[in-house]
Design a protein around this ligand. Structure first.
Ligand SMILES: [Zn+2]
Length: 222
């Protein structure tokens, strides 16, 4: 199994780059955020657990996230396709858990780590201008900042016509707090991964098409 892990703060564009890799390269994307919301919407056992934890105001613990990712890999793994992990692993504990899982179930798998680099200022303005489709089956993301990502109607999703919402925690204060927590985890992850491999750096303060071209060059794809 060939796996790419995209590291970078929320709002850096991991989701958009992953989407291009899926559309243009035929890769498979595993987004833990989307997967959580999907499990909750479908009321699965994992979903009920996650829903309860979130409603109690807690962070979803490592073992629950890892259980969800293992479950997905075992059900969806296709040996011909590269997998992108989006939003996972977030902590060294999760990184070790996925390493153990791969060793056991998918020997010979390789994890490649790509660090998406962008100034914090840019992340903050991206996140404060973000709108998300309120339909849990759609979850399309828009931005009022860039024309290409803006919805046709500021209130309505282009794809499914559901109402667009602003995430409650997409305000500057809580974004700064999230970034601080994120950076701490990222530093630990980078330390963990750089023991065994070279981390690939990708500058993402460009338009998405350029970022995608740079990414293909970085991993030697034509
Ligand atoms: Zn929608």
């Amino acid at each position: 199994m060939n796996i790419y892990v995209f590291l970078g703060p929320p709002g850096v564009g991991k989701g958009s780059l992953s989407k291009l890799c899926v559309e243009k390269l035929g890769w498979q994307q595993l987004s833990t955020g989307n997967l959580c919301r999907m499990h909750i919407a479908n009321q699965t056992d994992i979903g009920k657990k996650i829903d309860f934890i979130i409603k109690s105001g807690k962070l979803v613990p490592d073992d629950v996230i890892t259980e969800m990712v293992s479950d997905w890999l075992i059900k969806n793994y296709d040996s011909n396709r590269t997998i992108i992990l989006d939003g996972f692993p977030r902590t060294v504990i999760q990184a070790k858990a996925i390493d153990d899982l791969l060793k056991e179930k998918f020997p010979g798998s390789k994890i490649n780590v790509v660090k998406l680099i962008i100034p914090e200022k840019t992340v903050i303005s991206r996140l404060t201008s973000r709108l998300i489709c309120g339909n849990s089956k759609c979850q399309a993301v828009y931005s009022t900042m860039t024309k290409a990502l803006a919805p046709k109607d500021i209130n309505v999703c282009d794809k499914c016509s559901c109402k667009l919402i602003k995430r409650q925690d997409d305000n500057e204060q809580s974004i700064k707090e999230r970034l601080a927590v994120y950076n701490e985890h990222e530093n630990e992850l980078l330390k963990y991964y750089s023991k065994n491999q070279k981390i690939l750096d990708l500058n993402v303060e460009k338009n998405l098409d350029e970022v995608f071209e740079d990414f293909k060059k970085l991993i030697n794809l034509k």
